[in-house]
Design a protein. Structure first.
Length: 499
């Protein structure tokens, strides 16, 4: 059986805690790998390696950092298929989805390659007689990232490339459910020339997480995951004096107005709700149909959803793979089986789906629930699976009020041909990311990603300008130099005394 160990100080370090976690192939249900689960002492070793590396990396030149990052980007590009294959094997998503994940992570590596412009300071001269004021940004030191199972390559790349480009060193704690991609990312960084200890990967469960949150040498923590854990990360790390960005869960809505192109809206709803088997925080999980279009829109969504090919992620014919674990599959199925009792119309029930030859895999089909009430479990909770709920409202205003009443505020979208309605929506809706006829409004790398309300804990969004600001701290220097003509008697600097 394959074993995944830690990556500390530029080399593989075997797990010493005696605790191991199983890694499953979601398509077959078979345990294929064991991953080391770190003790607090092993986390301390990773932080110590990062702290030692910071002594030189924190004062390294921008030219050195960007040179390594450019080489790293080239290596990632050359090995993108290998990274995607690891994602498919342990997460289950289809290969094309996994390749897309790697591509989105590469965007942030490219942003980090241009860190020289992001770290430029400011200078004001002559604010008073012979007084200048400058602002600079400096790294924090050792920073940590705790990342989720659903994007085992992309989300780490949303964090550590910017962090190390800014001069920090990094300890990554990836999900123990699909750990192999993180190790390959670290190995490629070392091949690109990243000094030992600048990037470390320590695998583990809550023991490792809590050790990072409490460690006195960790200055900041980045997290992506569910809202309850994001709240815990933020509360615990903040209490230990750390800077925190903790991105939580979501219930992303798509508002469809009566004038919308319903074919385009249905295409968008299917791809946004069921892509990556719904295991993404930017999935559209609630469609709000306004006016009389609801029946036609639901029929179009159903027609498209029924054609989606479900199968192993390494089969080129598959459009959707299995869920990550059997327990998660059963939890998702429970929302569908309980929906009718809570007043929903079950248009598609995917709970009985199996794939021939892979009967032990974590399979579930696409589910579509119509006329869902806002007090039902299927609406209130983040399901994180291929379940799309449809709600009905009579007016635009009712639709926006419904969306804004949600405790989540991650992403949202509107489908309409009316520019005025779209403009009102983007200003009135309470969410951090808004799409206009775009179902999944994930920003490009040079804008920042993050939500509002219970979808974000902390002041900074991830990557973009917010990411640079999170991984640095500002310093303002006020300087006054006497004029050379005022040099003490006996010191001749070559300046005339009447200058």
């Amino acid at each position: 059986m394959k074993t995944v160990n830690h990556w500390i100080g530029g080399k593989t370090v075997e797990g010493a805690s005696g605790n191991w976690g199983p890694v499953t192939d979601p398509a077959t249900g078979a345990v294929t790998t064991q991953v080391a689960l770190a003790s607090a002492e092993e986390v301390d070793s990773a932080v110590a390696a990062a702290k030692a590396a910071y002594a030189t990396w924190g004062t390294s030149s921008l030219a050195q950092r960007t040179g390594i990052l450019f080489r790293y980007r080239a290596l990632l590009d050359a090995r993108r298929d290998d990274i995607a294959a690891l994602i498919t094997a342990e997460h289950g998503k289809v290969h094309s989805d996994a390749l897309g994940e790697v591509a989105r992570g590469l965007e942030i590596v490219e942003l980090a390659c241009g860190i020289t412009t992001q770290l430029k300071g400011e200078l004001s001269t002559q604010v008073s007689s012979r007084v200048d004021v400058s602002s600079i940004r400096q790294p924090l030191g050792v920073v940590a990232g705790i990342t989720p199972f659903n994007f085992p390559a992309m989300v780490p790349m949303w964090m550590f490339p910017l962090a190390v480009a800014c001069g920090n060193t990094f300890v990554l704690k990836p999900s123990e459910k699909d750990p192999s991609a993180a190790n390959l990312l670290a190995e490629l960084a070392a091949e690109a020339g990243l000094p030992d200890g600048v990037l470390n990967v320590v695998h583990g469960d809550k023991v490792a997480v809590d050790a990072l949150l409490a460690h006195p040498d960790v200055a900041a923590v980045s997290f992506v995951g569910s809202t309850p854990i994001a709240r815990y990360i933020h509360t615990t790390a903040s209490a230990n004096g750390k800077r925190v960005q903790a991105l939580g869960g979501a219930k992303n809505h798509m508002l469809v107005l009566p004038d919308a192109d319903l074919d385009a809206a249905a295409d968008a709803a299917v791809s946004a709700a069921y892509g990556s088997a719904g295991e993404r925080c930017m999935a559209i999980s609630a469609v709000v149909a306004v006016g009389a279009i609801g029946d036609e829109l639901v029929a179009k969504i159903r027609e498209r959803a029924e054609k989606i090919k479900i199968g192993p992620g390494n089969d080129p014919a598959s459009e959707m793979g299995p869920l990550i674990t059997k327990a998660h599959r059963d939890k998702v199925a429970g929302y569908v089986t309980g929906a009718a009792a809570q007043g929903a119309e079950v248009v598609l029930d995917g709970t009985g789906h199996t794939v021939e030859g892979f009967e032990e895999g974590h399979w579930i089909g696409l589910s579509l629930l119509d006329k869902v009430s806002t007090d039902s479990d299927a609406y209130r909770d983040e399901i994180f699976g291929p379940v799309l709920v449809v709600l009905r409202t009579e007016t635009y205003e009712e639709g926006v009020d419904l969306i804004n009443a949600s405790p989540f505020g991650n992403g949202t979208a509107i489908f309409t041909r009316d520019g005025g309605a779209a403009r009102r929506f983007q200003l009135e809706v309470e969410a951090g990311m808004v799409g206009v006829n775009v179902p999944i409004p994930v920003p490009v790398g040079y804008h920042s990603f993050g939500g509002w309300k219970d979808s974000l804990f902390g002041d900074h969004h991830i990557y973009g300008n917010d990411g640079v600001h999170f991984y640095t701290r500002g310093k303002v220097v006020t300087t006054r130099w006497p004029d050379p003509s005022e040099a003490p008697a006996g010191v001749d600097l070559g300046f005339p005394r009447n200058h």
